[in-house]
Design a protein around this ligand. Structure first.
Ligand SMILES: O=C(O)CCC(=O)C(=O)O
Length: 295
């Protein structure tokens, strides 16, 4: 796997420039300091959330609980008082606890005023903001977003490493059918077991306080919080009719089917999906070789 593709890093981008160079061609970009001149850029720290929302009860995911590996649908593992959770991620110690897809404007509408949707992402989904929190070395396993929307993720309070891989590599990444996960554990890549990974190319970058990253529709992402920190994401609908339809099919058909089969067949269902992922990866490698021979 080669993660040395160069991602564009820009200081600013206007709507016209963003649409032309990144949104239309569906090309990722890092925008440095997009939040710096917003209230959030100056105010949003872990302590700020402790002081203003610390009494909330929030859903927390625990990466050490592997039971969700087979499902398209991940459920929170525990509930915590927000201030207790924030205490955990303030420590300079590895933690598996993370907050995922926290619908923050519902709990605190002021946050939207402090970081309104950036101009480049205005659209029908711009009133929804999701937040994500993690501590030192917390990882978010590789996946792409089920609704196939575009994501603008802005980071605060520390550094986060982001790996992005284009959807062209779906089969080479051993994508599990009926959900949006891969067989691959990017924390410990096993090239022997997963030889198709040798053909995968992607991007790796580090976001700092105030930086944003544009993740186009269907892009695989894998995150590592390098220190206790958090992000907010805005979403924009999938760019083509086909990708909107794919998002709809994922949510309305594939996810419920996957859940049902998990219930009915249990671990047998996961084994079947793993075999399909392996077969598709090998077919993808074979078709590359045929292409090379014919060129
Ligand atoms: O940053 C995170 O913790 C996860 C972000 C993510 O998966 C997403 O925005 O879809």
């Amino acid at each position: 796997m080669d993660l040395k593709q160069k991602i564009d890093v820009v200081d600013t981008t206007g709507l016209k420039d963003f649409n032309e160079h990144y949104f239309k061609p569906q090309k990722p970009v890092v925008i440095k300091g997009l939040a710096d001149n917003k209230i959030a850029g100056k105010r949003w720290t872990i302590n700020y959330f402790k002081e203003t929302m610390g009494d909330l009860e929030i859903d927390v995911f625990d990466n050490s609980n592997k039971k969700s590996a087979s499902s398209a649908f991940t459920m929170p593992d525990l509930k915590m008082k927000f201030s207790d959770y924030l205490e955990v991620i303030t420590k300079d110690e590895k933690t598996d606890l993370r907050i995922f897809l926290f619908d923050c404007f519902k709990s605190n509408p002021t946050l939207k005023k402090e970081f309104p949707c950036p101009e480049i992402f205005k659209g029908v989904l711009d009133s929804v903001g999701y937040m994500f929190f993690g501590g030192k070395d917390t990882t978010v396993r590789i996946h792409y977003d089920i609704d196939m929307s575009n994501v603008l993720l802005t980071h605060f309070g520390g550094r986060k490493k982001v790996v992005l891989i284009a959807p062209e590599y779906n089969d080479f990444l051993y994508r599990l059918p009926y959900n949006t996960y891969s067989l691959i554990n990017l924390d410990a890549i096993n090239h022997k077991k997963y030889p198709a990974l040798a053909f995968v190319k992607g991007y790796e970058c580090v976001l700092e306080h105030g930086d944003s990253i544009f993740m186009p529709s269907g892009y695989w992402h894998y995150m590592t919080y390098l220190e206790g920190s958090f992000s907010i994401s805005y979403r924009k609908l999938a760019p083509t009719v086909q990708s909107k339809l794919n998002g709809f099919v994922n949510i309305a058909l594939k996810m419920p089917y996957d859940k049902l089969m998990n219930k009915v067949l249990g671990s047998k269902w996961l084994t079947m999906k793993e075999q399909i992922a392996q077969r598709k990866a090998m077919e993808a490698v074979k078709s590359l070789r045929v292409l090379n021979v014919n060129q």
